[in-house]
Write a protein that binds this ligand. Structure first.
Ligand code: ZN
Length: 505
């Protein structure tokens, strides 16, 4: 299987043993890793006790025009070569997906989940993978997965003569421990957030309408704690979404054993010093999805957002707009889905000390403008909610009653999501955060009485056209949360206080 982004295409591998001078030729646009695979295959076969033919070997990967990346073709090439020499049979129509080790082992590869899913979709159910990939490949409905630790065991099953095979070799499993990925413990609960009633409510609104959010507050105010609790408020991933999200993670991480699909929305918080490739995606061979893609259908949290590299912040505009990230490479492009909910956090000023009494902040107004200026423009245009987060006082902490749990809030979020998707289906949209201004002011227009406070604010010049749409989006989410069909003037007023004012101006 050749992967481009999450899309997999079938590659047919054929081999011929000729009578001319010895050699080993692989045709069909192999990249560097594929050329190296010749050496791996030769050593692997020899050390497995089934050395390659000494005559001329020609391997063809079809279709030639398809770019083939990564080391996952090793096994298919080795198998077809041995089969062409008449040493094994019954390999036709089987999908082989593994890298070979020089010592004769089969190594797991990245992206087994999307590759196997594509194979099954193309009608090829029989799949052979390395032991370390077996659990993940088996997650694909309809796949008939066999797995092997060594090449010798595999060829034995396909009818090779056992007498010379090195069947005693059992590689130590490295990097593929039983530590299951994705299901690591419970999600943090909202009940653990003391006080912060405004912040809790804003988080609920953000979850209900999938609104992007900016939190501004001093260090230690609990911004990270709040952001970490957002995924728990989001509805579980359905079957298609779970397969898609897990496929991305399958391509991103190596050496994790996945025994189940990811069912909860992911949470990614790349540090601001992370490279552009780590956040956006890239790398040689099979491009690795970055944190923004790993956050697909979940939450991308960027703490100290103004500290990120400018090109990282700029690159995020594309996924916010189109829900995917296109990675440009020497041999074409790859794209990964990246429809995430963006949560930005920032200090009130570059030094972070400007709030509270006895402040030692020495930031000038210019420094503050520059700090937030990095976030301004197209990125903030997409952020519907701006939330000031304060350090809570001891009195607040003591006055705190029993806070609602994540599960309780999620019930309201799920109901609100249901109402939205019902209403927005005819526009091909899922959540209020996706509704464009012309729909808000057109088909979904509210009467003048309801929007009076907004119209006045706009006439006075304190609300921009973008800000106007933002308030309408939030008003719809508030009405969905309250279970009412359409927003009231109260919802509009409440939305006005949640909206993100233009920080740059
Ligand atoms: Zn400061």
């Amino acid at each position: 299987m050749a992967l481009n982004g999450l899309r997999g295409r079938m590659v047919e591998v054929e081999a011929d043993i000729g009578n001319t001078l010895p050699g080993f030729v692989i045709l069909g646009l192999p990249d560097t890793a594929l050329s190296e695979s010749r050496e791996r295959i030769r050593s692997c076969a020899t050390n497995s006790g089934i050395p390659l033919s000494r005559r001329k070997i020609t391997v063809n990967l079809f279709p030639a025009s398809l770019p083939k990346r990564g080391s996952g073709f090793d096994l298919a090439i080795a198998v077809s070569t041995v089969a062409a020499n008449g040493e094994i049979r019954g390999t036709e129509g089987v999908v082989f997906l593994a890298e070979l080790g020089l010592d004769g082992r089969l190594r797991p590869v990245r992206g087994v989940l999307p590759a196997v899913a594509a194979a099954v979709k193309a009608g090829h159910r029989r799949v052979v993978v390395a032991r370390g990939n077996a659990a993940e490949a088996s997650l694909v409905p309809g796949a008939e997965v066999s797995s092997y630790a060594t090449f010798a065991r595999l060829v034995l099953d396909f009818g090779a003569e056992p007498k010379d095979l090195n069947l005693g070799f059992e590689p130590l499993e490295t990097g593929n421990t039983e530590q299951a990925a994705g299901s690591s413990g419970a999600e943090p609960d909202l009940a653990e957030v003391a006080g912060q009633s405004e912040a809790r409510f804003a988080l609920e609104v953000a979850a209900a309408g999938a609104h992007h959010m900016l939190m501004v507050g001093p260090p230690g105010a609990g911004k990270t704690m709040l952001a970490e609790r957002l995924p728990g408020l989001l509805p579980a991933l359905d079957d298609d979404a779970a397969l898609e999200v897990t496929s991305i993670h399958s391509l991103a991480d190596q050496g994790e054993v996945r025994r189940e699909l990811l069912r909860r929305p992911p949470f990614e918080n790349p540090h601001h010093t992370a490279t552009c490739a780590a956040i956006i995606g890239g790398g040689s061979g099979l491009p690795r999805p970055g944190a923004a893609s790993r956050a697909h259908r979940g939450v991308l949290f960027m703490d100290e957002a103004p500290e990120y590299e400018r090109r990282v912040l700029d690159a995020l505009r594309q996924p916010l707009e189109h829900g995917e990230l296109v990675i440009h490479r020497a041999h074409g492009v790859a794209s990964y889905p990246a429809r995430f909910q963006l949560i930005l956090a920032a200090n009130p000023c570059p030094c972070g000390k400007s709030s509270g009494k006895g402040t030692e902040c020495t930031c000038t107004p210019l420094m503050r403008r520059r700090y937030f200026g990095k976030l301004s423009g197209p990125l903030l245009d997409r952020v519907d909610i701006q939330l000031p987060v304060h350090k809570i006082s001891r009195a607040e902490l003591e006055a705190q009653g029993s806070a609602e749990t994540t599960a309780a809030v999620r019930l309201r979020v799920e109901a609100a999501r249901g109402a939205q998707s019902e209403r927005l289906r005819r526009f091909g949209l899922e959540t209020n955060s996706m509704v464009p201004g012309k729909v808000l002011r057109g088909t979904l227009r509210l009467d003048g009485k309801t929007t009076r406070i907004l119209d006045t604010a706009m006439d006075r010049g304190v609300l921009s056209a973008r800000g106007y749409d933002r308030v309408l989006r939030l008003a719809w989410t508030l009405s969905d949360l309250s279970g009412q069909g359409t927003p009231s003037a109260d919802h509009v007023g409440q939305a006005l206080s949640l909206r993100s004012p233009e920080l740059s101006s």
